[in-house]
Write a new protein. Sequence first.
Length: 199
Amino acid sequence: MFLRNFGENQYDLPVFYENGVSNPFMECPPNDSAQHYIPEFSFMNQNGESMGRAEMEGKITIVDFFFTSCPSICPIMSKEMERVNDMFRDEPRVQIMSISIDPEYDTPEILKSYADRHNAIPGKWHFLSGPREETYQLAKCGFVLPTLDGNGVPDDFVHSDKFVLIDEQGRIRGYYSGTDREAVDLLMLETKVLLHGKN
């Protein structure tokens, strides 16, 4: 009903970082003051296939950072992402990327088992792992999320609970708490706005 009634698309989603990303501690490569886009990356998914920035082009992508041995927020986030996975099961323009921050442990085999446990739809929900340094750089500088290496100790890893909504051009359009059901409901609604409205 909402989507039928908003017709003229009065529901405008913000475009984040239109004037670049603040970089006060110089942790990220120098950037100009132009629109921020997700940078190039290519990681391995649970099926041993390369997947990254190139596969985001022309699709709406929902991204989170997690690790399979996470003792705290990840199980809740993954259960919430299952709802997103199910909501867009028949929509080829929407995909999910869950990126591991513990790539040494989270091999494609481990990720495949985790994906199966969470009913990930093949070709829809990708669980990715890549080189450690590149992963942390991507989280901080690409998706603009706080991330801290736990050096193999599950309780010492720090990562955001946010799901990030990326549009077909690679721009960040929203952040949503993956541990809050209402926030995830909003993510699904705003994903539909991107799908059916002008963006």
